[in-house]
Design a protein around this ligand. Sequence first.
Ligand SMILES: NC(=O)c1ccc[n+]([C@@H]2O[C@H](COP(=O)([O-])OP(=O)(O)OC[C@H]3O[C@@H](n4cnc5c(N)ncnc54)[C@H](O)[C@@H]3O)[C@@H](O)[C@H]2O)c1
Length: 328
Amino acid sequence: MGRSDSQKTPQEPLGSGFGHYAAASEVVSGVDLSGTAAVVTGGYSGLGLETVRALAGAGAAVTVPARRAEHARGVLEEAGLGGVHVFDMDLGDQASVKRFAADYLDSGQRLDLLVNNAAIMACPETRVGPGWEAQFGTNHLGHYTLANLLWPLLADGGARVVALSSTGHKRSGIHFDDPQFTRGYDKWEAYGQAKTANSLFAVWLDELGAGDGVRAFAVNPGGIMTGLQRHLTQEEMVAAGWMDASGKLRDGFKTPEQGAATSVWAGTSPQLDGRGGVYCEDCDIARPTDPSSELARFMGVDPHAVDPGPARRLWELSAELTGVNAFG
Ligand SMILES: NC(=O)c1ccc[n+]([C@@H]2O[C@H](COP(=O)([O-])OP(=O)(O)OC[C@H]3O[C@@H](n4cnc5c(N)ncnc54)[C@H](O)[C@@H]3O)[C@@H](O)[C@H]2O)c1
């Protein structure tokens, strides 16, 4: 298990040929995923729903673990995706994650792709589980436990794991001295920590899993208006530079179907065979952030989000907090 440094995938683009606005359906056009199975968290709204649509459209059997399963079933049926399996799961509740993982393992299904897509963003200070900061507890620790408990199936299938990160990672590394923000809460710093955690999780899972053929990728989907912004006022979105005062989005925003493209690409592209542990955007491996570029706020990956040192330390912290570690 594990790899030597010389086998690491460089954080450099491959030239996938898909542009910024490629749609998820284009990425799987002509691709046959029948006989494969995927789990997509939060796969009934925003990017998750479009990820499910693309994967199921290409023939994959898709399961959506959902906090509101009845609601999720209704949405999926209305979207013409009634064949998608839906289970209950609240990522902020470790017992619920464990129940879902046990149910999935019992279901006899295989697992070729896990998309850790669900998240909350910039919420008011909230605690989950034993007092964990909600964005860290939900976006990172929930998915950490889910992937570790599904590890036997991931390893069986030589699966890929896709972890949704964000340009939000640029806002913060991991606060190893106070990961739960007990000394003062900042909603963007907490989202930044959680999205850095999603990326570092992919880096270290890839390190641990590559020997068993399991490869992991972090994905920045780009900017897309979805339910994720529910905790923000229009003034805050203007201040963030996402829209002008009239509410018009800045250039570069994507539709949800375009926003799902990089998740689908990272989960299925043969170009990534034998690679992993990298941060992707616009259907390619992202470049490291170029500080001289005007787009540096929105594009590229900051070194702290792909650094194996904190990635390993975060894994150890997560194992200690959750009591779960498939590699312990
Ligand atoms: N929309 C953007 O501009 C953007 C930008 C960068 C990254 N992302 C990332 O993309 C992913 C998808 O976001 P989206 O924009 O589609 O948002 P969304 O709000 O439409 O979807 C998030 C999903 O997560 C689910 N979820 C939230 N809390 C949960 C919990 N406790 N248990 C189970 N499920 C839970 C929600 O029910 C929802 O289905 C997120 O990881 C987000 O951080 C989005």
